[in-house]
Write a protein that binds this ligand. Structure first.
Ligand code: LLP
Length: 385
């Protein structure tokens, strides 16, 4: 990922910055095509993971659609060249303005999460003299077995319509004449490392699909969301997730009727391994119990370790000294501003360049200006020449 000439180019750049290896992205997309698109699946890329235009254009070119969660994301997807007919709009709290953006552009489908939301979309569509295609986001009560902050498919979570409310929603639908029910949608969580939760999701989706169709609805869209995890421990050895195994599982377990298509909303697994946060060592501090390497990126640039206790591999790109144990920390005045504790890396000195790996998804998009930190650059491998 970091041949010498890449590291040499980094030396001339102001740190910190996000670096995207587009070869990794393109190889990942080839696997998605080979195992997902070739099976006839519709794959919407979840823009929330990363909304860099350059990245989006490549993803669009590979034949994926878009999954958006805000008006801003819908506009960005259109700007990147996604057809409105490829855009799904999800989110538990869509504002009226955002719904209008989606209606004006006649997007593919709204994934709807509550009876009240259905009424609001119906009324706004009525005022515009149009009809909105919708899928019901159902909460399958399946445990994704991931961090509790990114678990979304349990009854206790705010997302989706619970099974016990489904009948009343189905009874409500005939009165909402500006809505056209075209599908069902699920999303049980993110960074799901085992396939078992997806198998349980398939079982639930099959039951609910049969149930709703037995009520006379024709569902053309079965959308199972995203959530497929990446390997944060070994980003080099596992730079591309096992898409064959993932899609094969759905092949085996989901029961599609002839008029139905399977849809996915993948974010992290598409872009996660392509990105790294490149940062420089500002200071080293030798403590009585700990050595600290203070780098110039902080939780403002990458919040995942502070927020989810997430592990990101750290590669030192410019030192070949013998290993030493460090806490690698940022400059922000909070102790949660720690990237790794007690990690053995080659001994570092002020000015050494370090790559924090697997940051392509939910890295740059979650950055903040806390402490009035400046904006940072995004560098793409094809910028380096
Ligand atoms: N569809 C829906 C409805 C979602 O809520 C999400 C992610 C996705 C698709 C894409 O999931 P993916 O394939 O990327 O797992 N900031 C957190 C992750 C939050 C995920 C939110 N929803 C993190 O850094 O781990």
């Amino acid at each position: 990922m970091f041949p010498n000439q890449v590291v040499d180019s980094f030396r001339g750049l102001k740190t910190p910055f996000y670096y995207y290896d587009l070869d990794v992205l393109k190889s990942t997309l080839s696997e998605i095509k080979k195992h997902g698109l070739k099976r006839g699946y519709h794959i919407h890329y979840a823009l929330k993971a990363n909304h860099q235009l350059h990245v989006l254009e490549i993803i669009k070119e590979a034949g994926l659609g878009a999954d958006c969660v805000s008006g801003g994301e819908i506009n960005r997807a259109l700007e990147a060249g996604f057809e409105a007919s490829q855009i799904a709009f999800a989110g538990v709290g869509k504002s009226d303005d955002e719904i209008l953006v989606a209606l004006e552009n006649d997007i593919f489908c709204f994934n709807c999460e509550s009876p009240q939301e259905l009424e609001v979309i119906n009324s706004l569509a009525g005022k515009m003299g149009t009809k909105a295609r919708i899928a019901l986001r159902l909460n399958p009560n399946v445990n994704a077995d991931t961090h509790h902050y990114i678990t979304t498919g349990l009854n206790e979570n705010k997302f989706g319509i619970n099974e016990e409310d489904l009948d009343s929603v189905l009874n409500q639908l005939p009165e909402l004449s500006n809505l056209e029910l075209i599908g069902i949608h699920f999303h049980i969580g993110s960074q799901i490392e085992k396939l078992t939760p997806f198998e349980q999701l398939c079982e639930k989706a099959n039951q609910l699909n049969n149930y709703i169709e037995s009520k006379g609805y024709e569902l053309t869209v079965i959308n199972v969301g995203g959530g497929f995890g990446i390997n944060y421990h070994h980003p080099n050895e596992n730079s591309i997730p096992d898409f064959d195994g993932f899609f094969e599982l759905f092949d085996q377990h989901i029961n599609l009727k002839p008029h139905q298509k399977l849809h996915f909303e993948l974010g992290r697994s598409v872009i996660g391994q392509s990105g790294s946060l490149i940062t420089k060592v500002l200071y080293t501090k030798e403590g009585r119990t700990k050595n600290f390497a203070v780098v110039d990126a902080g939780m403002t640039e990458l919040i995942r370790p502070a927020l989810y206790q997430a592990l990101h591999q750290i590669d030192v790109l410019t030192s070949e000294l013998p290993p030493k144990k460090y806490d690698v920390v940022g400059p922000i005045c909070e102790s949660s501003d720690t990237f790794r504790k007690d990690i053995e890396i080659p001994e570092v000195r002020r000015g050494d360049i370090v790559a924090i790996r697997s940051c392509g998804a939910y890295g740059e998009v979650m950055k903040s200006t806390y402490n009035l930190r400046p904006q940072i650059a995004s560098v793409f491998s094809d910028d380096l020449g």
